[in-house]
Every structure is written in C-alpha cells, then in structure tokens.
Design a binder for this molecule. Structure first.
Ligand SMILES: [Zn+2]
Length: 359
C-alpha cells in the first residue's frame, strides 16, 4: 500500500513555534501561542490556538469565555467558527455574544465541512490519508486538568496538540466520539463519501481516502478544484476603479479567476445565477462599502456552504457595518492606495486559501 499522508499536516509556520504553545486559548483552554500587541492604546492578544486556529482578542474579553458558563458544544461551535474565519477579531461584548449564540451546524454540514477541508488540503485524488483519533480525549483531559494560565514548555505535547486538535475545529465537533461518528459512521458507512482502508484503533491511526462518490459530491457542490474567486460588491460607478485596480488583479495574481456578476440590483433580489456562481466558486471576496443587503446575503450564503469569505471595506465605511460582521478581520482600503489594497488582498487570499494555479 502506498504511504499514507497526515490528513491534517502541520504548517511549517506552526512547527517553528513548537515548545512555545504555553498560553491557554481563552476560548477552548487548550495550548496556544499568544502574543500581546498594542493596536493604538488597546492591548490585543494575537492567539494561535492548536485547536481553534488564529484570532485576535482584546485583553478584557479573554475572561468572558468562562468554562463554567460555556458548554462543550458552544466551545466546539466557536472553535469551528474561528477555524473557518481565521483572523477574527473579538473586540466588543457584542462579538462575544455573537460567538456564544452561534448554533451548531447539522451533522451533514459538519461532514461537508470536514470533507471539503480534506479536499482542499489534498487536492490529488487517490491519496491515502491518516489521522489518529484515539488520543484526542486523553490529551484534552490532560491539558484541561492542568492548573494556571500557562503551560510549561513541552515540545512533545505541542506536537501532539497540533496533530490532534485541528480536526475537531475543522469538523465543528466536541470530542473523539463525535468526530469518529462524522468521519466513520456518517461520511464512510453512511453516505460513502470516504472509504475507510484501515479502522486503526489501539493507538493506530485510521486510514482513509476520498471515494469517487466523495469527489462527485465535491464537484457538484463546487468545492473541488474550482479556480474562481467570486466578488460580491456594490455596483456603483465609484467602485469601477476598485474592481479594475484591486479586486481583479489581486485575485488573478493569487492564481484564481476573478468573477463578478454585473447586474443591477432589483429589489435586492439575489437570482439563481448569482447563487450558482457562488456555489461554483472556491472563495468569495465580499466588499461592504455601501452596505448593500445583497453583499451580506452573498457572504452568508457562501459561508453556509463552507466557502472561505474574505471581508473588505472602504475605510470610511468600517464603523457603519452591521455588528454581526464587524468582528471579521476586514481589509480596509482607500481610493488613493488601490495598489496597496491589491497587495494586501492577494496576501490574504494566499494565506487563507493557498496560491492557485490559474493563469
Ligand atoms: Zn482554542
């Protein structure tokens, strides 16, 4: 049998920090690399959590996520949300409430998110993947039973955490039993989108691959191999130069094919063509300048399909945004620096989705 690859490979940027995951993630309480930075006069913590991924949190709000108040289900949901929206900023009480009130996706949505992530990480069909499920609960209990805000430096524990916890947040699941259900009982035995090659157990990793039916499913839901970056934006004359000098060249430079549906909004109606285009895209860029209802809808629709959404807005509109989306890490821009905006957007696309191969 060919060599199995880790289903969730640890990026080099995180491997380099092994031994330094001594902080406790304010959300899930598992090991995280935390550094404090000042944004103006505010102390902001940049958190790289072994489970949740990356987010920023303003100092006083770190204390809001109390383990005695949050259920394991809420923690799983917030952690899943952060994993799907890297760079989220938690800077007001409303942001905290928004996260605590998120509802958990359905089993089939969790399975789709997990399958889509596996296909993004391993776009080549036929590769055999493996992951160890059997130590997740043990390892979580180990960290949660330790006292204090800081963990001792422990490179082996960091490696274990980085290998075990990302699959929980990727699938929005709480623990080993739920993850195993989604992966084995649902995705493989239930709907046949994965083939299990070796069930593992006794500390051995489980080995599997995406089945032909799984690739079909990904294709029809537009997740696999799409090279399209959809732009949801305000169709007003003043936005034309922004499309031409920033959105279009940035998406192209990141290796994707830029798409916008140039239509007048009639009664804010989102038509079938737009929904089909979003389904067929790899990611969407949503620009909130002008606060168009259609853009909120398109971003929400794409997010619900598990597609990465990149948030942008003209600087002077940032404070007018609806609070549900304000905690996203928006790239702000101004008309006098569209080249700088294009560069920031290209970098964000490459960091979030990876470099595409579209030329
Ligand atoms: Zn966390």
């Amino acid at each position: 049998m060919s060599q199995a690859l880790p289903a969730f490979p640890v990026p080099e940027s995180l491997t380099n920090l092994v031994g330094q995951f001594q902080g406790r993630c304010p959300v899930c309480k598992l090991p995280a690399y935390i550094n404090g930075v000042f944004q103006g006069s505010e102390m902001v913590h940049g958190v790289l959590c072994t489970r949740c991924g990356s987010y920023k949190i303003q100092f006083p709000f770190a204390a809001y996520f109390k383990p005695e108040v949050l259920s394991p289900r809420q923690i799983a949901t917030i952690s899943g949300y952060i994993r799907e929206n890297p760079g989220v900023q938690i800077s007001t009480e409303e942001d905290v409430n928004f996260l605590c009130e998120l509802s958990s996706p359905t089993v089939s949505e969790k399975a789709s998110k997990l399958l889509a992530a596996l296909a993004r990480l391993h776009p080549k069909p036929g590769v055999i993947l493996e992951t160890t499920l059997s130590f997740i609960d043990n390892q979580m209990t180990h960290f949660l039973s330790m006292h204090g805000e800081k963990f001792p430096s422990d490179p082996a524990a960091d490696r274990a955490a980085l290998a075990l916890f990302p699959c929980l947040s990727t699938s929005w699941t709480c623990d080993e039993a739920e993850l195993r259900f989604v992966l084995v009982e649902y995705l493989s035995k239930g709907v046949g989108l994965l083939d299990i090659l070796n069930e593992g157990g006794h500390g051995q990793p489980i080995q599997f691959q995406i089945s032909p039916k799984g690739w079909d499913h990904l294709q029809s839901s537009g997740v696999a191999n799409s090279a399209t970056g959809f732009v949801a934006m305000w169709f007003s004359g003043e936005m034309v130069p922004v499309w031409e000098k920033a959105f279009y060249p940035a998406i192209k430079a990141a290796g994707y094919s830029p798409l916008r549906i140039d239509k007048k909004e009639h009664n804010n109606k989102i038509d079938d063509e737009i929904m089909a285009s979003i389904r067929g895209s790899r990611f969407i860029v949503a620009d909130f300048t002008g606060e168009r209802g259609g853009v909120y809808f398109e971003a929400g629709y794409a997010g619900g399909l598990g597609k990465p959404v990149i948030w942008t807005v003209r600087k002077d509109w940032l404070n007018k945004l609806h609070f549900d989306t304000r905690q996203f890490n928006h790239i702000t821009w101004s008309e006098d620096n569209l080249a700088g905006f294009a560069e920031a957007l290209r970098l964000r696309i490459e960091a979030t989705i990876g470099k595409g191969s579209f030329r």
